[in-house]
Design a binder for this molecule. Structure first.
Ligand code: ATP
Ligand code: FE
Length: 370
């Protein structure tokens, strides 16, 4: 059977069709990056207008790509939380309208859960439940134990910024978007690329956040503020023009990525140690497994560090295929499939009007972190 997934939680309109074997039959993704780059960030009503203008044709293209008739869809999965309420509403209203017209069931999807489960689409047998997941994205930084769809418990999360958000703001402050090669890239991707150009990758050092704390929380505000300060100092020294970029931006990006990697490793190490304690054993009989997901999981340097860390604990590590790390409709459709596999028909909902969007929050804390 086929599940249509609809994602409009932020600034990407993503629609996709996935079957119960995890085969992707269509994947349509419309980015709004070009519009938001001009204003230096997302303006929610503008994002809503763009979703509205594009969702209908994205749906048509999705069916055409899959060579399916609407009747052949089994269910419609749609992101209902967390995210920008105005954006979420466009997806939900469209999904409701389709469901009513086609008399198909709706499956509400938690966006962060979809990020967490995506790696299973390619290898559901290998990545069995439970597993530890590091969710690193534009709006979140969380360590969660994943037992199944709707069964996630939070071990730790960021106390302030998310890493993707920090990358986007720092890249903007660095003015990387004025360099033609980075004009349409998100901040994290530009920083990753720039870091590879470093000639003195050790030139910048940042203090390790929360170094003394024995928990699994994160903090990126310190790294962000130190970054702003370092950029300002360099601009003064070089007398960089107001629309210019400091000459050693590659060195700076390398230092920034190293600092973020170290912090992510430090906290994930805590989580692994906790999960593996003999009197805790959160993995039970399953092989210890770490999954890294969310847009920042695209980053090869960060992922390589996490892989290295996992190995030290005899823990396997995975991430979704890169094209599915950032927001897309496939992960929403796959979450719908996971719900179907787990709960069967009982998760299918026809009470369209009682399904609503929920503003911006991550998971409730249902597990104490030591
Ligand atoms: P959330 O999932 O928390 O609601 P979001 O959906 O906006 O937020 P994602 O689409 O999962 O976030 O990820 C986007 C973020 O990923 C951006 O902040 C971007 O900077 C970051 N990102 C994308 N590619 C890379 C990369 N190669 N290295 C580092 N960060 C990256
Ligand atoms: Fe996301």
């Amino acid at each position: 059977s086929y599940v249509l997934g609809i994602e409009t939680s932020c600034d990407d309109t993503g629609l996709a069709i996935v079957d119960t074997d995890g085969r992707v039959h269509a994947n349509v993704l419309e980015s709004q990056q070009e519009f938001h780059t001009r204003y230096g960030g997302i303006i929610p009503p503008r994002a809503q207008d763009l979703h509205r203008a594009r969702i209908e044709s994205a749906y048509d293209r999705c069916l055409a790509e899959a060579q399916l008739q609407p009747d052949q869809l089994t269910a419609i999965a749609v992101t209902t939380r967390p995210g920008l309420p105005l954006s979420l509403l466009v997806g939900l209203r469209f999904a409701r309208h389709l469901a009513r017209r086609l008399k198909k069931p709706l499956l509400p999807v938690h966006h962060m859960e979809a990020h967490a489960l995506q790696a299973r689409m390619e290898q559901p047998a290998t990545i069995s439940f439970p597993f530890l997941c590091l969710l690193v994205s534009g709006g979140h930084c969380q360590l969660v134990m994943v037992r199944g769809p709707g069964r996630l418990s939070l071990l730790g999360q960021t106390l302030d910024d998310a890493p993707g958000e920090a990358f986007d703001k720092i890249a903007r402050r660095l003015r990387l978007h004025v360099l033609p090669q980075y004009r349409l890239w998100n901040g994290g991707r530009a920083i990753e690329h720039a870091a590879r150009l470093a000639s003195q990758p050790l030139a910048y050092e940042f203090p390790l956040p929360l170094a003394q704390q024995r928990n699994c929380h994160f903090s990126f505000a310190g790294i962000k503020n130190n970054s702003f300060r370092a950029i300002r100092a360099r601009e003064r020294m070089e007398e960089t023009p107001p629309d210019g970029v400091i000459s050693n931006y590659g060195d700076f990006c390398a230092g920034l990525l190293r600092a973020c990697s170290r912090h992510l490793m430090h906290r994930t190490q805590r989580a692994l140690e906790y999960c593996l304690q003999p009197n805790v054993q959160l993995f039970g009989d399953a092989p210890p497994t770490l999954v890294v997901s969310g847009g920042v999981a695209n980053n090869d340097a960060i992922y390589a560090n996490m892989e290295h860390l996992a190995k030290q604990y005899n823990c396997r590590s995975f991430r979704p295929a890169k094209r599915y790390c950032s927001d897309n409709g496939v992960m929403i459709a796959w979450h719908g499939v996971e719900q179907l596999l787990q709960a069967g028909e009982s998760c299918l909902r026809f009470d369209y009007d009682s399904i609503d969007v929920q503003g911006s929050a991550g998971f409730a804390n249902s597990l104490e972190a030591d």
